[in-house]
Design a binder for this molecule. Structure first.
Ligand SMILES: Nc1ncnc2c1ncn2[C@@H]1O[C@H](COP(=O)(O)OP(=O)(O)O)[C@@H](O)[C@H]1O
Ligand SMILES: [Mg+2]
Length: 375
């Protein structure tokens, strides 16, 4: 099959509304080609939104944002061609680390989040060609939307449901879009959001990659959103007694329920993380970590990548110790074992699907008891 000027080689991943293929251009260059499902493409509004929003990707020029090369429609199906990241998304990485009985080293986790923050900061500051600030919010920052390359690159992707001030297709008021367990409280409540909603979501990502645990639990999107709105999560130090206090402090501030109490920008969050990194003297060797987890992974076209300069030994971490329940919130299973840790993020998207214009959440303010543990 051919899409635009790219031949589709094989399926790489299946997303909520689109499939991602490995594509090869006329010049032999490999790329990732995202093609909207035929069924979804029948919905004219959804198709227009896909094109509108993937075109946003062309406004960016940043090493931490996946580059968009081409956007178009082929046989009625909208598609977008992106640079190929030879690596894994963060969810796959967490699952691989859990399967290997280890956790992502703090220095690596913090470095990756600093890089994602840099990409988001770039997006947040973008202006339209006429100088109008775009006031862009990604709205879907999550584990599966961050790719990490075997070469150490970290890139945010999927601006598929981003909102801007200059978009032609808007989300109707009161409609909630995003992934339930990464959405900021104000996003869950369908209130006005700004870049600080992305700070919150990146805080959830930071929590999950440093603890190896889900931040906001629930068996349904509704339950997960209630947990978010209540600020109901286990403090990392309640899970790991030796969890660095400074890192926990950064997480708590990023996850503050009120946007005014959070870091006001991704740059601020990145600076706070850089301070913690420096204080602890943590190393951020992403290439070494990827090599220790995956070994040498050949490029899809068969060419072998260069071996990393030095292989890294990942320091062993103390095993998970059960902590106290910090906020009276009970996840579905309070006996958290290595097994749960390994299966926690699953491989299917079923509890991690972005809600795309189909969900409305009505929460009376008095039905939600304040019970947060953010400071
Ligand atoms: N440029 C890329 N290079 C490599 N893998 C990618 C790329 N873009 C997406 N993927 C993989 O495909 C998955 C889904 O892509 P994404 O753009 O997030 O689609 P969706 O909107 O369906 O979530 C990602 O989680 C990632 O694993
Ligand atoms: Mg995605």
């Amino acid at each position: 099959m051919r899409v635009g000027s790219y031949d589709l080689v094989r399926l790489l991943a299946r997303g909520g509304m689109a499939d991602i293929y490995l594509g090869r251009g006329a010049d032999g260059r490999l790329a990732a080609v995202k093609v909207m499902n035929r069924r979804r493409a029948l919905d004219a509004e959804a198709a227009a939104m896909f094109l509108d929003e993937t075109k946003l990707g062309m406004l960016f020029d940043h090493p931490n944002i996946v580059e968009t090369l081409e956007v178009g429609t082929e046989a009625g199906q909208p598609y977008c061609v992106m640079e190929l990241v030879h690596g894994v998304d963060l969810r796959a990485m967490l699952n691989a680390a859990a399967a290997a009985g280890t956790r992502i080293p703090y220095g690596v986790a913090v470095t990756m989040v600093i890089e994602v923050a840099a990409g988001l900061e770039h997006a947040h500051r973008r202006a339209a060609p006429d100088g109008t600030p775009l006031q862009l919010v990604h709205r879907d920052v999550s584990l599966s939307n961050v790719m990490v390359g075997h070469d150490g690159t970290v890139k945010i992707l999927d601006f598929g449901i981003a909102s801007t001030a200059v978009q032609t297709v808007h989300t109707a008021p009161g409609i909630v879009r995003g992934k339930a367990s990464y959405m900021a409280p104000e996003q869950c409540l369908a209130e006005a959001i700004d870049a600080r909603a992305d700070v919150f979501a990146l805080g959830v990502v930071l929590y999950e990659i440093t603890t190896g645990m889900r931040c906001f639990h629930g068996t349904s999107d509704f339950e997960r959103m209630v947990a978010v709105v209540r600020g109901a999560y286990h403090l990392p130090s309640a899970i790991y007694a030796d969890f660095p206090a400074e890192l926990e402090h950064v997480i708590a501030r990023a996850l503050a329920r009120c946007p005014d109490q959070r870091y006001q920008s991704c740059a601020e969050l990145a600076n706070a993380l850089a301070d913690v990194q420096l204080l602890h003297g943590w190393e951020g060797d992403i290439v070494g970590w990827m090599y220790s987890l995956y070994g040498q992974v050949p490029l899809p076209d068969g060419a072998a990548p260069a071996a990393p300069a030095a292989s890294l030994t990942i320091p062993a971490r103390p095993r998970f110790a059960r902590g106290t329940n910090s906020d009276g919130y009970e996840p579905r299973d309070t006996t958290m074992t290595r097994m749960e840790l390994a299966s926690d993020f699953g491989s299917s998207d079923e509890d991690d699907e972005p809600t795309r214009g189909t969900m409305r959440l009505r929460l009376g303010t008095n039905s939600i008891a304040p019970g947060g543990n953010t400071s």
